[in-house]
Design a protein around this ligand. Structure first.
Ligand code: 5RP
Length: 231
């Protein structure tokens, strides 16, 4: 464990609490950075008694949120979220992201697309000049996975079928993840669209134009990056 990095994640997560307001409906991302946010949020709810409702982006986040006493709801009940707080695997200067390292990209993208505001919390190692150093996670249906894999390779990626503890990794939605190593991704929007046109692809981890604010833990500080400013 890299303690400096953990501190940066925790600081960024704590900072995000400042943007949570009474009565909000909140989307909850997934991952180790979000874990710190959930912990802080649970504490805040207990101490300040403020009322919020949250939609989790994964079975894992749902479980952790319950443990921390965070009230949960669903996208059936709440169609618009006031704010979603999530992590990322890479963030570029235009606030485009690669997500899905934890395999929750599909539900995370649904929350981001239906949220009035999206705040991303990261440690400083996640900031990049260009996306693509981190292999792009692509969620695909199990049926015909080898053919889908070949189509992705046809786009120039080196493709790995994701495994967990030796077994093929299965998402909360019953799908597989193909991790696609491209060279630097020059046109994220274009690649996002092209990948999603392949039959068998459910969604990919490129998030383009969905983020309003990035909170970056850097040493002992947290940098607040807002869209159009400070970039
Ligand atoms: C899960 C994600 C995570 O937000 C991403 O993998 C970052 O995780 P961590 O905070 O553990 O580094 O996209 O699907």
């Amino acid at each position: 464990l890299n303690w400096q990095r953990e501190k940066e994640k925790r600081n960024a997560a704590f900072k995000a609490i400042e943007y949570v307001e009474e009565g909000m409906v909140l989307g909850l991302g997934t991952g180790t950075t979000v874990y710190y946010f959930l912990k802080a949020l649970g504490k805040e709810i207990k101490e300040s008694h403020f009322k919020i409702k949250c939609v989790p982006s994964s079975v894992e986040t749902e479980k952790i949120a319950r443990e921390f006493g965070i009230p949960l709801t669903t996208l059936q009940e709440e169609r618009v979220l006031d704010l979603t707080v999530d992590g990322a695997d890479e963030v570029d200067k235009a606030f485009n992201l690669i997500k899905g390292g934890g395999g929750a990209l599909l539900r995370e993208k649904l929350l981001a697309s239906n949220s009035k505001k999206e705040i991303i919390i990261v440690d400083s190692s996640k900031l990049v000049e260009k996306l693509g150093g981190f292999p792009l996670p692509v969620e695909v249906v199990q049926f015909g996975v080898e053919l889908t894999k070949r189509k992705l390779e046809g786009l120039g990626a080196k493709v790995e079928h994701r495994r967990k503890e030796g077994e093929l990794f299965v998402t909360d939605n019953g799908n597989y993840i193909l991790d696609c190593q491209f060279a630097a991704i020059e046109e994220p929007k274009k690649l996002e669209t092209i990948i999603n046109l392949i039959p068998g692809v459910v969604e990919n981890g490129l998030f383009v134009g969905l983020v309003d604010m990035v909170l970056v833990g850097e040493g002992d500080e947290v940098k607040v990056l807002k869209k159009g400013k400070g970039k």
